[in-house]
Ligand binder design. Structure first.
Ligand SMILES: Cc1ncc(COP(=O)(O)O)c(C=O)c1O
Length: 351
């Protein structure tokens, strides 16, 4: 279904996708001769100074030693999970990690074990049990900082402490936190960049309003990906124009904290208005309203759509059976008045 109605569905949380400054950055890049296409893989003729300028900017923004730009978060997650952990290693991952991380898990030679969602003790138990059973390799902890369908946050500090105790490396997916949280919009993992045990994925197609993804981490991890990650090596490099646009988006995220503050206020309003209707109090821009039954979720979504709101129902297998829901996403594309209207429409649809 094409986008229709007031936006309570997109990941364009800061309303940056339509910001004229991003279009202007592309226009300026065109004017200085940056080509639309890269013409090949980064390792052949597709490498462009715009890619390198973006990666330098991303490292400076986050404090990571190095960064690598890929064409999507999906490709980046596959690259991370399939390339970094080796045979003999263990990947401990949250049960609710994104499909793209699962795709990487299908390709890894390491062992993998899922643990209960957001349960730092379960992560710790899995690490201890594997070591006790003779596991000798490296442990990798894979998690999102802000879960896309539940809107809740990972116990990041506990997982970071666990990584230190076990000499483990964290593979951190900041897809939904990038731009929205943290100093300069770096995300919820701000402060972990620069550590030797943190590799952070930031997608550029959500709050940053553009597309692609940046893997930020230690130089040794980035170099390893450049030389080994098949989604990076055997794929046409992203458009250099996109690299220029992402650089401008990072600039906006850094220089416009008022936008983040406005979104935070809007999220608090959403919590107050939609909480009484059953939306989970996540404290973030993603509010799931769990209805359980698939047909009911789609019926309520259709009724709210008919009233002029873009709200999507989410069913299994995207979420667990029995937890069909409306995924209410708060963005600056909709006004405070839109939010009040949505609450009214939802109340009617739910009765
Ligand atoms: C948590 C998470 N990681 C990764 C991705 C993939 O990012 P992209 O859309 O850039 O491929 C998504 C996309 O929905 C996501 O929600």
């Amino acid at each position: 279904m094409p986008a229709r109605g007031r936006d309570f569905a997109s990941n364009d949380y800061l309303a940056m996708a339509g910001d004229p400054r991003l279009a202007a950055a592309i226009g300026a890049a065109v004017a200085r001769g940056v080509p639309a296409g890269s013409g090949g893989s980064r390792l052949l003729r597709g490498n462009h100074r715009e890619h390198e300028a973006l990666e330098a900017e991303a490292a400076a923004w986050t404090g990571a030693e190095a960064a690598l730009f890929l064409s999507s978060g999906y490709a980046a997650n596959v690259a991370l999970l399939a390339t970094l952990p080796q045979r003999g290693d263990l990947i401990v991952h949250d049960a609710l990690i994104h499909a793209s991380m699962h795709e990487g898990l299908r390709l890894t030679r390491a062992e993998a074990v899922a643990v209960a969602h957001n349960d730092a003790d379960a992560f710790a138990d899995a690490c201890a049990a594997w070591r006790a059973a003779g596991g000798r390799g490296r442990i990798w902890l894979a998690f999102e900082t802000l879960y896309s369908m539940d809107g809740d946050r990972a116990p990041i500090a506990e997982l970071a402490a666990l990584a230190q105790r076990h000499d483990a490396v964290m593979l951190i997916d900041e897809a939904h936190a990038t731009g929205v949280f943290g100093r300069d919009g770096i995300g919820l993992a701000a402060g972990l960049d620069g550590r030797p045990d943190a590799v952070v994925l930031r997608t550029c197609g959500k709050a940053l309003g553009v597309e692609g993804a940046l893997i930020c981490g230690p130089r040794v991890a980035i170099d390893f990906l450049v030389n080994r990650a098949r989604p990076f090596i055997f794929s046409t490099a992203p458009s250099p124009l996109m690299a220029a646009a992402v650089r401008a988006a990072i600039d906006l995220a850094r220089s416009d904290p008022a936008r983040r503050a406005m979104l935070a206020d809007r999220c608090a309003q959403a919590q107050a208005l939609l909480g009484p209707l059953g939306a989970t109090a996540t404290g973030t821009q993603i509010l799931p309203l769990i209805l359980g039954d698939d047909a009911r979720a789609m019926r309520v979504a259709a009724a709210v759509q008919a009233a002029g709101f873009d709200v999507r129902g989410i069913r299994p297998p995207t979420v667990a059976a029995g937890t069909a829901r409306l995924r209410l996403s708060i963005t600056l594309n909709s006004s405070a008045a839109d939010l009040h209207d949505l609450a009214q429409a939802l109340e009617q649809a739910l009765t």
